[in-house]
Structures are given as C-alpha cells and as structure tokens.
Design a protein around this ligand. Sequence first.
Ligand code: G3P
Length: 215
Amino acid sequence: MEFFIDTANLAQIKEAQDLGVLDGVTTNPSLMAKEGIKGEKNILKHYVDICKIVDGDVSAEVIATDFSGMVKEGERLAKLHKQIVVKVPMIKEGIKAIKYFSGKGIRTNCTLVFSAGQALLAAKAGATYVSPFVGRLDDVSTDGLRLIEDIRIIYDNYGYSTKILAASVRHPMHIIECATIGADVVTCPLNVILSLLKHPLTDIGLAQFLADAKK
Ligand code: G3P
C-alpha cells in the first residue's frame, strides 16, 4: 500500500520523505490556505517546491467548477511538473474534465467522493485515483470504511485500474483497515503516519533492553 501525506506543509512533507516511506502528497485548497499560500504565482511555485521534496505523485486541485475552466487550470497544473496529478471534484463538469484529461494523458485524482456510485463514474471516466473521504463519512454516522470495501469490490469486478486513494484518514486504525480491505493508497497527516510507530510494549521492551545492556 502506498502512503501519501495530506498536507501542503513543506517541513512535514520533508520529515515524511526523510522517514523513507512516503509515496506522494495530496493537497487541497484548504490545506494550501492553512499554510498561507496565496495568489496564483505563489500557489504554482508551492506545488513545484513540493515536487522537489517528494519522489511521487503530487495532487494539485483545480478551483474552477466549469468544464472549460477546469481544463484550462488542469492543463496549466499538469505542465508544472511531471509528478503533478490534477485533482478534480466529483461533479458533472468534473467527470467531463476527467474524461478529457484521460484522453490527453493527464493524470487525475477525483476528489470529494462519498458513494460507490460516484467512484464507479470516476473510474469509467478514466480517473487515475479516486478519493473517498473516510473520516468525513464517519463524522456523519456513516461507515467510511464500508465505502472503501464496496469500491474495492466494484473495481475488482470489472478490472478498473483507477487507484483507491483513501482520504480523510484520521487515525492508525483507519490505515490498518484500509490496508486489510486493499485500498491502493492512504493519505493522511504526518501525525497519523507517525502514530503507526507507537506501542507501549515497544517502549517498555526497549527500556528493559537498554537497562539490561548496562548490567
Ligand atoms: O484528503 C482530504 C482530506 O484533506 C480531508 O481530510 O480530515 O479534513 O476530512 P479531513
């Protein structure tokens, strides 16, 4: 399973890259705003800066919501760097744009996916990745992981090559469950990746080994 980091924070991306387990980055307009990245020029430069840190795909989201606007913006993003994947929202115009990009060899990540039907449409349109939001479904008392299971079955039934990129992943059990189900990718903040390291028995065992080593 691939690990992507869900942030636009360069220091955190570097820390995850240095850990040696990072396969890519996802961003969105909220994450860019959180880092204070404003204005088209700065935003485009920031995407290139991210690509320079990480070896892997970097999702950059379009802001336009109409077909021609998405195409114009997406083509500009794709030209920035070979690692850029154009992130497109799951709306009618977005599906048309994903189909267009697919025909042009531009890779896409269909975002804001909350149902299996949406994921099926994204795959049919030729999306490279589909991003179901696990945590946000859990937030509204709906089983986010069940959606990952359903999409896995549907994609396997028909041999769709669209990768399932589980997003809105909030804690280590989300990651473990996604890995068990067979999601292709999880994207989450750095602290969630690092939480996989933790186990009290590891700490207790190490403390004992170090104490015994002094004897
Ligand atoms: O990749 C989408 C992600 O940023 C959403 O996460 O925690 O805001 O639901 P969250």
